[in-house]
Design a protein around this ligand. Structure first.
Ligand code: PLP
Length: 389
């Protein structure tokens, strides 16, 4: 029998960086000392007290039973308390907070509870690719919204064609932004919420990098009065506490959306291991002590890397947060040519901007999630790289 996969599934292309990783493996096989700054996977270990808490929780028999899909009360209560301290916002832990198996999981599932066949979802370009996943699988349509450097990598709402807006139900955004490192101000969010309310568009703001800010604390869109009528926000423990492998995220905001997403998930998964949820609850409780050293580390890396890149002739806007530098090489090259050139001539692997969307063409993304020594060595290699003309 010939196995026929679904049309929707077939519309997914193989992972974009696969060919790049194949080249990287080939270079390594030739004995090259490759430094990979292609993915954003923090090198900093999870704090020992979080690990110790998890070990203790694993031993408890009660945690060996099924968890509750929306997350255990201990974690949801700590999340509510944290948002109160951090943003001055009250979220009821029962219907305005739901735990996710990493924020990526909730991001991929949200379109299923919002979109009907043919409804539009606005997605930034360049983008974190998972925003597209749920839209494609639920039969929605995608309209790409450019993030241009001249606009601070923020969507120009006035430029989105009204005939698309009229058919749009959902808009994914992400600040501090991957891949550009840009931030959004509360003023921008105010305009966005006003626009969303006027046009009946649901906003899904992805705050995965909200604690990796370099200047002022990144605001929550939900701080805007009335935002809760139209918006949810996704959070992640992956970068905030360097817990990417533990897989915990959460969604807060509009209760109808939070509860609908939870109801869908009740039919798909049974939530993350309670032992891990309790470890994240501890992380949130001690957030103000645990997070500043992580933030400072990424800030110091960003400052040093920006200085080095400037000396190596690269052009970029300094990031306001995240663990990425989004930059153009000293000589005009397509993203993919620049990435292959650096891999072959300097044994440095980076992510091609064009892989994040057409407006990423010409850029390269450096991820600062490798130890300082490797970042220093990267800069040394880039400074001695001759790009020709
Ligand atoms: C913008 C953005 N959102 C969400 C995620 C997913 O994070 P999580 O580990 O919580 O699934 C990532 C991961 O790299 C990301 O870059």
């Amino acid at each position: 029998m010939k196995i026929e996969l679904s049309e929707r599934f077939r519309s997914f292309k193989p992972f974009l960086f696969e060919e790049l990783y194949r080249k990287e493996r080939a270079e390594r096989a030739r004995g090259k000392d490759i430094i990979s700054l292609a993915v954003g996977d923090p090198d900093i270990p999870t704090a020992p007290e979080i690990v110790a808490c998890a070990v203790n929780e694993v031993r408890k028999g009660a945690n060996h039973r099924y968890p509750n899909t929306k997350g255990n009360e201990n974690l949801r209560t700590e999340i509510s308390a944290w948002h109160k301290r951090r943003h001055g916002l009250n979220f009821h832990h029962n219907d305005e907070v739901s735990i996710l198996i990493g924020s990526k999981e909730g991001i991929a599932h949200l379109p299923f509870v919002v979109l009907n066949e043919g409804d539009y979802c606005l997605i930034p370009d360049p983008t974190y690719p998972t925003y597209r996943t749920g839209v494609v699988l639920s039969g929605g349509r995608i309209h790409d919204v450019p993030l241009e450097e001249k606009n601070g990598f923020l969507p120009d709402l006035g430029k989105i064609p009204q005939k698309i807006v009229d058919r749009t139900k959902l808009f994914f955004l992400n600040y501090p932004n991957n891949p550009t490192g840009a931030g959004a101000t509360l003023e921008y969010y105010r305009d966005l919420v006003k626009w969303a309310r006027k046009n009946n568009v649901i906003i899904a703001q992805d705050a995965a990098y909200c604690e990796i800010y370099f200047d002022k604390p990144a605001p929550s869109i939900l701080e805007v009065p009335g935002a809760r009528d139209v918006a949810v926000e996704f959070y992640s423990s992956s970068k905030t506490y360097c817990m990417a492998g533990w897989r915990i995220g959460w969604v807060v905001g509009n209760s109808r959306l939070v509860c609908a997403l939870n109801q869908l998930k009740e039919n798909i998964d049974s939530g993350p291991f309670n032992a891990i949820q309790n470890a994240v609850a501890l992380a949130l409780k001690h957030h103000e002590r645990l997070v500043p050293p992580i933030r400072e580390k990424f800030k110091a890396r960003a400052e040093k890397f920006c200085k080095g890149l400037t000396e190596a002739g690269w052009k970029f806007t300094k990031p306001g947060g995240s663990c990425f530098i989004w930059a153009k090489p000293p000589v005009k090259r397509s993203s993919i040519d620049a990435v292959y050139f650096m891999l072959e001539k300097a044994s440095v692997l980076t992510a091609p901007g064009s892989g994040f969307g057409k407006y990423g063409e010409g850029y390269v993304r450096f991820s600062l999630t490798e130890p300082d020594k490797k970042l220093d060595e990267t800069l040394r290699r880039l400074k001695s790289l001759d790009w020709g003309n």
